[in-house]
Design a protein around this ligand. Structure first.
Ligand code: CMC
Length: 382
């Protein structure tokens, strides 16, 4: 390799664009959506408002938020074919596969899919934000043996999600964690799924194609799938007293502990702090299972920070404490990553729309290390 040529494995340290959507300050563990710290957002906002903020670039006035929420509500119901896809596969297939297929199918029923005007892409963003939540909720409900419940336009985005999932009016205890997770996972700069969406978007493929690419990339355990893996690890640990031995053995075997580490954060992920704080507020009211999972999580957190925190920059990330919180809300494990998608859809749309304002095809290079000018050998002579 020549001196001037440098390979950035995993695109580590490569900037691909300017953006005003999200700042991740990995050195000190801070996160901002359009300039507002994630702490301010989590304490004061709602998912609808966060989606507006990400897509339109500023907080809405009351009438604007009301109009935006009305448009979201109007888009919640699913085409009959999409409900059929869910009915045929829920409980048998991975909900992320169902989601990817259903979103891809949504484009077939959208007659403005090819309209690349800004107004049309805003309409499609609203449609996707609404319908992805409905797809995820319907998938969870049908997998549990329930029937498709039509959305209720009297409810907020998160309330309606829980209503469509459970088929009954949700409790405050069920809505709070869903609203919090929806806000915390809505956006995170050029993470793998957003980048995947940008790559597809940069070819000027439509928004559905971009979002389907994002969902595909989110599924993996190194990205969105880590929330499910972290909880599976806690179940495998079983009893809090096994935590230290389990983690020590995993690390000795060079295994990664899911829910820790991040490409950008070399400090405590601020979202994980908020989720942990919330989890601690549940201590007196939660089930024995949630208390046990919390104890395992706290022991695991301490051990990992002692071993790898300051020394290696490996801290808890957004996925580590999410599992016990979801379990406290009665949400099953294989819905965690689809819910991540139902939240991140706002960030994906905001980024693709922003990138299209000054589009450039994303096309990196690779350094070819194979042979050249080989002589073609006929098949019977090889
Ligand atoms: N447990 C143990 N060791 C780890 C971990 C971990 N969770 N994460 C990184 N390391 C070690 C890794 O083994 C490597 O060690 P060495 O240099 O000795 O080979 C070193 O740290 C660098 O790791 P890397 O994987 O090369 O670094 P990266 O910047 O590509 O890592 C990561 C980012 C998220 C892929 C990685 O930390 C990881 O696999 N974490 C577990 C999966 C996870 O929780 N993912 C969710 C990320 S946050 C939410 C999201 O964006 O989806």
């Amino acid at each position: 390799m020549g001196d001037e040529l440098q390979i950035h494995k995993g695109l580590d340290g490569v900037y691909i664009a300017e953006s005003t959507i999200c700042k991740v300050d990995g050195a000190v563990g801070r996160l901002y959506y359009r300039g507002y710290s994630i702490g301010e957002i989590a304490e004061n906002s709602t998912y609808e408002e966060v989606a507006y903020l990400l897509i339109h670039g500023r907080l809405p006035k009351a009438a604007e938020l009301e109009e935006f929420s009305k448009r979201l509500k109007a888009e919640r119901d699913l085409p009959a074919e999409v409900v059929r896809i869910i009915q045929q596969s829920a409980g048998k297939s991975d909900p992320m596969d169902i989601l990817r297929t259903a979103v891809s199918y949504l484009s077939i029923s959208d007659n403005e899919v090819k309209d690349q005007s800004y107004e049309s892409n805003i309409r499609k963003s609203i449609r996707l934000i609404s319908k992805i939540s409905s797809i995820v909720a319907a998938t969870g409900r049908i997998a549990d043996g329930g029937v498709y419940v039509k959305p209720d336009s009297a409810l907020s985005h998160s309330e309606n999600f829980v209503y469509m999932l459970k088929g009954r009016k949700p409790t405050k205890e069920e809505i709070k964690p869903v609203e919090m997770m929806f806000m915390l996972q809505a956006e995170h700069s050029t993470n793998a799924s957003t980048f995947a969406a940008l790559v597809a978007g940069s070819t000027l493929a439509d928004l559905y194609s971009a979002v389907t690419s994002g969902i595909a990339a989110l599924k993996g355990p190194l990205h969105g799938g880590a929330d499910e893996e972290a909880l599976r690890m806690m179940y495998a640990i079983g009893d809090p007293s096994n935590t230290e031995q389990y983690i020590n053995e995993a690390l000795a075997g060079k295994k990664k502990i899911m829910g820790f580490g991040h490409r950008v954060y070399k400090a405590y992920d601020p979202r994980a702090k908020i989720i942990k704080e919330y989890l601690l507020t549940l201590q007196n009211s939660s089930s024995e299972e949630v208390r046990r999972l919390t104890e395992i999580a706290l022991r695991g957190e301490k051990l990992m920070i002692d071993k790898l925190g300051a020394s290696h920059g490996i801290w808890p990330n957004v996925d580590f404490f999410a599992g016990p919180v979801y379990i406290s809300a009665g949400i099953k494990i294989d819905l965690f990553t689809p819910m991540f998608a139902a939240s991140r859809i706002a960030g994906w749309c905001a980024h693709v729309l922003e990138y299209w304002e000054d589009n450039k095809l994303i096309r990196p290079l690779e350094l070819y290390k194979g042979q050249i000018d080989l002589k073609y050998v006929p098949i019977d002579k090889r």
